[in-house]
Ligand binder design. Structure first.
Ligand code: TXA
Ligand code: MG
Length: 337
């Protein structure tokens, strides 16, 4: 089976494929998603097969606006609408009690469902034309870094899905923030494009799920099932070096072998003349880092490096999401300096 490569203008075709039960790569502002009609359990099951995704890991539904929430969710708290007003369309997913019409294939049998309203204009055009909620995980093979370009998605999915729509590089670069509104206080399950500080401005107190910042122990179950898996991982093992930029750069320069991979902030690139270097942006610019982090992790799979070292931002603002992706890629192998 060949994968169609569609231009951003061919949204009607993509929508038709989705309505017919096809699998379509869709651009969003966060990462590319692997979409299927979220009301068609069989189509949704094919997402799991294409990704090699564990069956117990639920999918989120993409909708064009908060007015669709009531179709698929019940007992919706007012806070959902306040968050939607502040951050939708945009990189925020809310976990809400689901209605029974949502197929079990989407929710992996949970009584909740993740709802997201993306801002990417091509994605919005597809959602409106399809006129169904679109179930879409990130468009990578399970465990690999998420794709932030159509080419990255094709690398993982060509031949396994019906089409990919090219909407250009993703503007956020890390996946949506997930907040669980079925508990008190609301709980951050995955840091992403909307920061914890922004959530707190609307919600007041927000709990942070332990899976965001540390490895889950045997028998522990994070509230977002996907947070328990090794994720975002290139083939070579990653070691994160956390601390001030100068200090972490010096540590890596002292410990990396010639030929090792290094993910670093722009201003430190020259300190690694014998290593394979990928820069992600200036040390202070976490937005830029978020846009490049997945491509940096992916790039090493096209090289011979056998170990990767990474500088890591602190947890303010988008830094929490960038650090989370790096720490997960490293299996929480973190050296604090
Ligand atoms: O930015 C994004 O959210 C991207 C784009 C394509 O929209 N999608 C995405 O989906 O990242 P995925 O499947 O790769 O990650 C969704 C995460 C998983 O960790 C999953 O376990 C969690 O959301 N999740 C989904 N439904 C849930 C639920 N009902 N309760 C708790 N966690 C849930
Ligand atoms: Mg994913």
């Amino acid at each position: 089976m060949n994968t169609l490569h569609l231009s951003r203008e061919e949204t009607a075709r993509a929508a038709e494929l989705l309505r017919q039960g096809g699998l379509v790569g869709i651009p969003t502002e966060t990462v590319y998603g692997l979409g299927a009609n979220g009301l068609d359990g069989e189509a949704v099951s094919r997402i799991f097969a294409a990704k090699g995704r564990p069956q117990d890991n639920p999918l989120i539904l993409h909708i064009p606006g908060p007015e669709w929430l009531e179709r698929y969710c019940q007992n919706i708290p007012q806070t959902a609408y306040r968050l939607a007003e502040a951050f939708w369309p945009g990189p925020l997913t809310m976990i809400l009690p689901r209605k029974s019409m949502v197929p079990d294939a989407v929710t992996a049998g949970l009584d909740t469902v993740g709802m997201r309203c993306p801002s990417h204009p091509v994605c919005r055009a597809i959602l409106l034309a399809a006129d169904v909620p679109v179930a879409a995980p990130s468009g990578n093979t399970s465990g690999r870094p998420s794709p932030t370009t159509a080419a990255d998605m094709a690398e993982d999915m060509d031949g396994k899905i019906d089409a990919i729509v090219d909407g250009g590089p993703c503007s956020v670069g890390v996946e949506s923030t997930i907040v669980d509104l079925t508990c008190t206080p609301p709980r951050l399950l995955r840091p992403g494009g909307v920061t914890l500080e922004q959530l707190e401005q609307v919600l007041g107190q927000v709990a942070v799920d332990p899976a965001v910042t540390r490895l889950m122990g045997a028998g522990e179950r994070p509230r977002a099932p996907g947070m328990k898996y090794r994720h975002y991982a290139p083939k070579a093992p990653v070691t994160v070096v956390a601390g001030a930029g100068e200090t972490s750069a010096a540590y890596i320069a002292a410990h990396a072998a010639p030929g090792d991979g290094v993910i670093c902030f722009d201003e430190f690139a020259s300190q690694f003349p014998q290593q394979v270097v990928r820069t992600v942006g200036p040390a202070r610019d976490t937005e830029e880092q978020a846009r490049h982090i997945f491509q940096a992790l992916r790039a090493f799979d096209h090289t011979q490096v056998t170990a990767i070292w990474a500088q890591c931002p602190d947890s303010r603002g988008l830094g929490l999401a960038v650090a989370n992706r790096l720490n997960k890629a490293a299996g929480f192998q973190i050296i604090s300096v």
